[in-house]
Design a protein around this ligand. Sequence first.
Ligand SMILES: [Fe+2]
Length: 147
Amino acid sequence: MKRAEALRPLSREHLSALLVAKKLREAGDVEQVRAAFLDFWRDDGQHHFRIEEEVLLPTWAAHAEVDRAGVSRMLEEHLAVRRQALRLEAGDLSVEEVKELGTLLHDHVRFEERELFPIVEQALDAESLDRLAAAIEGAEHRQAEPG
Ligand SMILES: [Fe+2]
């Protein structure tokens, strides 16, 4: 199914997440990929998670019944990535754990793209998808503002 307009900004961001995930999975040592991951995480990754948690989920819940198992998995995986990002930043991850973070991030993106987003697209009617599109666009735009 073609990605709904509303979710396209998030899908575009998933492409850069997949590139970083590949680097992590193929890491020879921690320092080799640490900066690349942290650049991605500080510039885009954290903001992307926030939009999914603070805009996508509430808007979905406001207009339809959410898929509870899907929402749980998404939030659990967000927490797992956030935890390992924090540990990588502190220099606490082994190269094996860095590779596992790559697999986690990769599988998480695939889950959202192949399972969760299609459920959202089916659950919301055209008007709700329009509202979601405006809300996501607004949230994406706020990232660009200083402060
Ligand atoms: Fe995502």
